[in-house]
Design a protein around this ligand. Structure first.
Ligand code: KG4
Ligand code: ZN
Length: 331
């Protein structure tokens, strides 16, 4: 069964086409340059760029897949969470295609799409699997159960991990999004030059908190202007990693999963990937981290997740609307 997936929840216009777990097209137009000069995402500019890009990108994806409309079985699109104006572009396009091509429409929860990317990368992944969803808007520990239900184990009480990386990087003078460049520099820097705190919450909660760490990191940039950016990046990435793996360790002992996964844009980090590898070796558990292009926002994860929804009998009507705040446990 072939699913065309449309992802426009934030600042990437992405379309993927999957045939079961085979990705037959994956096209993305990044808006990084549109937003770079503003130091963050400007919602109005994002929806305008989606509007300009969506139809050409669908065309390219269909050509790459070598398909006409007759080859598509379902149309999937992200309907939340995300920026309403951005989501609307993807949803209205998906509705139009569903109506004109006479194909079922499936609205997908973006967060579930990210989790599905781990299974798309390895359909044999062992369940229950415990993992991280770490991106620009999300920081969650999630249990992926054998019946495909998802349990939210913990989340952030303030900033998302990617958001902290991007804000720290902005003060360091890097362009938005700063995560990839910070990651690259952290690999050559010396993390022992600045000591940053591993934030622990007072109760025994597994929740995260990055806002204090972000402030401490920004203070360090101002206090040690002579330090190379690579050393500051390495210290900050290490402190971020310490918090992520402190919580993941406790959750793993508590929930006893059969495997570990990590999804979302920050999972593209080579530093985080190497810590995930050591963590899983220590815990003696298999690790599932999708390739970089499936970690960051993409259309294939939405196409595949739509396929899973459809197999479970979940479809949407043409009344599908964007939902800016959509929890993980909402279909
Ligand atoms: O999943 P994603 O593409 O979009 C959201 O749903 O947020 O994640 C974007 C986030 C940004 O904060 C970006 O800086 C971060 O992922 N990111 C990275 C890397 N690639 C993207 N962070 C660290 N290392 C990377 N290689
Ligand atoms: Zn995302």
């Amino acid at each position: 069964m072939i699913s065309l997936g449309i992802e426009t929840s934030c600042d990437d216009t992405a379309v993927g086409i999957v045939d079961g777990v085979d990705i037959i097209a994956q096209v993305k137009s990044s808006q990084d340059r549109v937003h770079a000069e503003w130091g963050g995402i400007v919602p109005e500019l994002a929806s305008r760029a989606h509007l300009e890009n969506i139809i050409p990108i669908i065309d390219v994806a269909m050509k790459d897949a070598g398909l006409t409309k007759d080859g598509i079985d379902i149309i999937s699109c992200t309907y939340g969470p995300g920026l309403v104006g951005s989501l609307l572009v993807g949803i209205e396009t998906a509705k139009a295609l569903s109506y004109i091509w006479n194909k079922p429409l499936v609205g997908v929860n973006h967060l579930r799409g990210h989790v599905a990317s781990a299974m798309l990368a390895n359909p044999e992944m062992e369940l229950p699997s415990l993992g991280l969803l770490i991106s620009g808007g999300h920081t969650e520990i999630i249990m992926f159960n054998p019946d495909f239900t998802l349990k939210l184990v913990s989340t952030t009480r303030d900033d998302a991990v990617g958001e902290s990386l991007d804000k720290f990087g902005r003060v360091l003078g890097l362009s938005h999004p700063a995560g990839p460049e910070l990651d690259r520099m952290s690999l050559i820097g010396d993390s022992s030059k600045v000591e940053l705190p591993t934030v622990k919450l007072k109760d025994d909660s597994l929740d995260f908190s990055f806002s204090g760490l972000k402030t401490a990191g920004i203070r360090a940039i101002q206090r040690y202007p002579e330090l190379p950016k690579s050393d500051l990046s390495a210290s900050f990435m290490k402190a971020i990693g310490n918090q992520l793996f402190d919580r993941l360790m406790t959750a793993t002992v508590r929930y006893k999963p059969e495997s570990i996964f990590s999804v979302g844009g920050v999972s593209a980090s080579r530093y985080i990937r190497s810590r995930l590898k050591s963590f899983c070796e220590t815990m003696n558990l298999p690790l599932h981290v999708p390739p970089t292009e499936l970690c960051t926002d993409n259309g294939a994860m939405i196409a595949y997740c739509g396929l899973l929804y459809y197999r479970f009998g979940i479809k949407s009507g043409l009344g599908l609307q964007p939902v800016s705040r959509l929890p993980l446990d909402s279909v």
